[in-house]
Design a protein around this ligand. Structure first.
Ligand code: BGC
Length: 937
């Protein structure tokens, strides 16, 4: 029988995707590719620690292996790799081991570089013909980059080492193993022959680099961000990184939209730029503008060089400045050619609907407030291989300003500020400002006027309907929901996690049938796992790690993104996970955002199209992505509270546009709101964001979940609180993530209280329950609950390794009493045995773990250790000897159970111990301390 799951094909696809994302910025004298047999010396400390990913939740995939760049080069058999140079780094690393930092978000951005002696470099240059110099960087969740050495800037040690190597070798190739663009001024100053961004390429990343270096793959990646000369040149820099308010004064002029309009000369490498080993000619073909259908365009691409390659064609529009001002270039189409042999050519067609290049008038200056408009004037369309070199391919005129779509004002700022607006000074656009229009429609009023019909959801009590009766058309969804009590409805909007014992071990969340009663109605419990670059399972289960978001963005290729995520869908199915917490699709507003590696680009169109392709891939096998973070997470610093103040136009044209594409074209089924507020309202409680825009305007009918422990507030600039889940429900944020126990309301949310006070209505909870249930009906979890196991399920189950299966063997313990006894028989005491308990503590508390044990029947000299871990944290090793024939008591304090679920792992390397009792003793109730504070804006 033909198999669907094929790990080798998955690897090959990931390798191909990572290679297609590599961006070659410089290649003087054909420094690349490296011919077979070339003698290569590999420099740079990062050869010892390839970054497959950035840090935080987006990078925590446990993998079978990672192929680094050095390993790929050395093992390829293609090159003679200089052993002496490698040996020097190996020795250096023995003395300067990898610094992981301690705890969450503490891994440093870089690892200490090895100083190079003149002698080493000189000798290497004699022995080797080419030098490869690897520079590595990381950053991530809760850790932004900084405009400092070791982060955005090279360190003095890196600069010195790179200078030495470049001077000594005729051919120095610099590879940037980074999640995000960094300062590039050094290229000119130091002058290596070749420079490439190889990004963080996942577990096959090193192989992808090998393919490009060897010429097996001709690079076709393009920058998804503009690289400017200085960080201060980005219009966002001035208002990035505040702890309270970020005024997005640059408005829609993010990235190339700013540079192409106002500051072309500040750009080192333009958006969309990337070299190939061959050359291409992009020539205009047919062009047509049709009032109804928009732009239709053909472009003729010819490979004019001497090796095969692929080219990306990018289409931009320059709209007239009109009354509201426009960026000089806006990306409205892109496509990658097939692999074209030397001399071969291909025609590429683009059909571009007007809606995707209309501008949003939030001020009414065009006479059409809250509408997408095409202002009168001349529109020029460009096509090319980057934003700067794209040539005019068509032109059309709009005689009279046209409304493309009338909308309703939504999520506008409540305070005004000055935003950037072009001013035409004798044909040159210069930076002027205008006042940002403020909110005129109150979202609370909209909510009150548009409530779901209460009569549809009157409580009926249990009528015996199960969820499958809804699917079978025997009963309406509303009638089914009407059976649920208020309590059930409160429970269903509480997602559980992390590491809930009710779903695949180690994943972030569980939702749906979170109580026995809900399960009794035939509601399945579904799961979700981080994301985005592969599955994170904190109990240690392995999964496949993908190239990171920025790398995938630089492929500018929808096909490869879809294909890769079709494999990812199978990995999710293999581990019985219904949704991946990703793709991450926030805009790279600033190169300093720590999570840029998870996100795609400074451009929303590129982001949205590629995410839509990834979602289509996931949907092939009925799983999905929870696209995040909706919306406006542009920095990590103070992300729970920093208020992003942004115009409605910038929101719609920049920060929401990608999401809109993912909904409209990728049929997104699930979104995650952000931790923080925008325009004074926490996104999780923004009715305008989650209802007016997302559902009413874009037609989304899936679920929205909060980020893990997120706040809500009742009105703009009101304080935010973790307990204000009622505000989230009202906005149509369906799931509050995450609770240790939905039934026990372990997070002390205000749902019941708000219902009683009339601040939240049963019909609102019921409507959200409907969203959740419709989603669940599409999940594999639902099929499994019905006992339907397909041939694919069976095949995938067999594809989980025995080691991974063993990791999933856990004993569930509900630690809800003052003393919770564990069954000593559950603890395996044979040699090399591991026992894992997954503990759920519905009340926040501190606990001790106490064991009574002895070493009977052992020779007196026997050493009998037992090691205890809480999650990945080592708590202690206790060694008894053969002389401990009497019962001994050992005790360790567990860390406060704030998170609710955690693992207690016991490892017995030698065996020989006997256990009499094992128990958890509550030492302090932390409920009062837990009642988390309210945050003022
Ligand atoms: C992150 C999310 C992630 C979630 C679950 C949060 O801290 O912001 O992106 O999906 O944790 O791990």
């Amino acid at each position: 029988m033909k198999k669907t799951w094929d790990i080798e094909k998955f690897k090959a696809t990931a390798r191909k995707a990572a290679a297609e994302g590599i961006v070659l910025l410089k290649n003087d004298n054909k420094a690349l590719p490296l011919e077979k047999g070339t003698k290569v010396a590999v420099f740079g400390r990062s050869q010892m620690n390839y970054y497959k990913s950035g840090t935080g939740s987006g990078g925590m995939v446990n993998v079978d292996y990672v192929v680094g760049i050095y390993e790929a080069l050395a093992d390829s058999g293609l090159y003679k790799v200089n052993d002496k140079v490698r040996g020097a780094y190996e020795k250096f690393v023995e003395e300067n081991p990898f610094d992981h930092g301690a705890g969450w978000a503490a891994e440093p951005w870089f690892q200490k570089e090895m100083p190079l002696t003149d002698a080493l470099v000189k000798e290497a240059a004699k022995e080797s013909e080419a030098a490869v110099f690897i520079i590595g960087r990381t950053a991530g969740e809760d850790q932004d980059n900084k405009n400092e050495q070791g982060s955005y800037l090279l360190t003095d040690e890196e600069t010195a080492a790179l200078k030495k190597v470049t001077k000594a070798f005729d051919r120095t190739i610099v590879l940037l193993n980074v999640g995000n663009i960094i300062d590039m001024k050094w290229v000119k100053e130091i002058g290596p022959q070749a420079v490439a961004y190889v990004w963080q390429g996942g577990q096959e990343g090193g192989n992808a680099v090998l393919d490009v270096l060897s010429g097996k793959v001709n690079p076709s990646g393009k920058l998804s961000d503009t690289i400017a000369e200085n960080i201060g040149d980005y219009a966002s820099t001035e208002n990035f990184g505040s702890d309270k308010k970020n005024y997005q004064k640059e408005d829609i002029y993010v990235g190339y939209r700013y540079f192409e309009t106002f500051a072309k000369d500040k750009v080192l490498y333009p958006f969309g730029f990337g070299l190939s080993y061959t050359s291409f000619d992009i020539a205009p073909g047919e062009f047509d503008y049709d009032k109804k259908d928009g732009i239709s365009l053909e472009v003729h691409v010819a490979n004019t060089g001497d090796v095969a390659g692929k080219e990306v064609v990018q289409v931009y529009v320059k709209a007239p400045q009109g009354k509201i001002g426009k960026a000089s270039r806006t990306l409205i189409g892109f496509d990658k050619t097939d692999l074209l042999a030397a001399g071969q050519s291909q025609n590429i067609r683009f059909e571009i609907p007007k809606y995707w290049f209309a501008s949003y008038d939030d001020s009414g200056l065009t006479g059409h407030k809250s509408a997408y408009v095409l202002e009168e004037g001349v529109y020029t369309v460009f096509a090319g291989s980057d934003v700067r070199s794209a040539q005019e391919v068509g032109i059309f005129t709009i005689d009279k300003t046209e409304v493309v779509k009338q909308c309703e004002e939504a999520y506008a700022p409540v305070e005004s500020f000055e935003r950037l607006k072009p001013v035409d000074k004798k044909g040159v656009l210069t930076e002027g400002t205008e006042k940002v229009p403020t909110r005129t429609l109150d979202p609370n009023k909209k909510r009150a006027e548009r409530l779901p019909k209460a009569s549809l959801y009157k409580f009926t009590g249990d009528k015996g309907y199960k969820l499958k009766d809804v699917e079978a058309g025997k009963v309406s969804l509303e009638a089914f929901i009407s059976q649920l009590s208020d309590e059930d409805l409160c429970a269903i909007v509480r997602g559980e996690g992390m590491c809930s014992p009710k779903v695949t071990p180690g994943v972030a969340g569980a939702y749906g049938g979170v109580t026995d009663k809900l399960l009794g109605f035939g509601i399945p419990i579904a799961s979700c796992a981080d994301g985005p670059s592969g599955i994170r399972m904190d109990c240690g289960t392995h999964a496949f790690s993908l190239p990171n978001g920025t790398c995938l963005a630089c492929t500018f290729d929808e096909k490869i993104n879809k294909e890769l995520f079709t494999w990812e869908a199978l990995d999710l199915r293999r581990h019985k996970i219904d949704a991946l917490l990703g793709p991450g699709m926030n805009i790279h507003r600033s190169p300093l955002n720590g999570r840029n590696f998870e996100y795609f680009s400074e451009d929303p169109f590129l982001t949205g199209k590629l995410v839509a392709a990834q979602l289509q891939g996931l949907h092939t096998y009925d799983v999905t992505g929870v696209i995040k973070h909706f919306a406006g997470n542009t920095q990590e610093f103070k992300r729970h509270t920093v208020n992003n103040i942004v115009s409605e136009r910038a929101l719609r044209e920049i920060y929401l546009k990608g999401f809109e594409l993912a909904v409209r074209e990728g049929n997104a089924r699930a979104l995650m709101s952000t931790y923080g507020p925008m325009n004074g309202l926490w996104t999780a409680s923004s009715y305008d964001l989650l209802t007016t825009l997302l559902r009413d305007e874009w037609g989304f009918d899936g679920i929205v979940m909060t980020d893990w422990w997120a706040m809500g507030n009742d009105e703009a600039n009101a304080p935010g609180s973790y307990q204000n889940v009622a505000a989230q429900v009202r906005a149509q944020n369906d799931l509050n993530m995450v609770n240790a126990s939905a039934e026990a309301n372990s997070n002390h949310d205000n749902l019941e209280e708000a219902l009683k006070e009339g601040k939240l209505l049963r019909c609102e909870l019921a409507r959200n329950a409907g969203n959740i249930l419709r989603f669940l009906l599409k999940t594999p979890a639902y099929q499994h609950m019905l006992g339907k196991e397909s041939a694919l399920d069976k095949e995938l189950e067999a594809a989980v390794s025995a080691e991974d299966m063993a990791l999933q063997e856990m004993i569930d313990v509900l630690a809800d009493k003052d003393i919770t006894e564990l069954d000593p028989k559950d603890i395996k005491m044979e040699k090399n045995a591991t026992t894992v308990f997954v503990l759920t503590a519905p009340r926040k508390c501190t606990m001790d773990f106490e064991l009574v044990l002895r070493a009977d029947n052992q020779p007196e000299v026997a050493q009998l250790p037992l090691t205890i871990f809480q999650d990945k944290m080592f708590l202690g090793t206790f060694t008894l000897t053969g002389m401990d024939k009497e019962w001994q008591t050992i005790k360790v304090s567990l860390f406060p159970a704030f998170i609710g679920n955690f693992y207690l792992k016991l490892f017995c390397p030698n065996g020989g111990l006997e256990i009499k009792s094992a128990r958890l003793i509550k030492t302090k109730d932390l409920e009062e301390e837990f009642k988390r504070g309210i945050t003022e804006l």
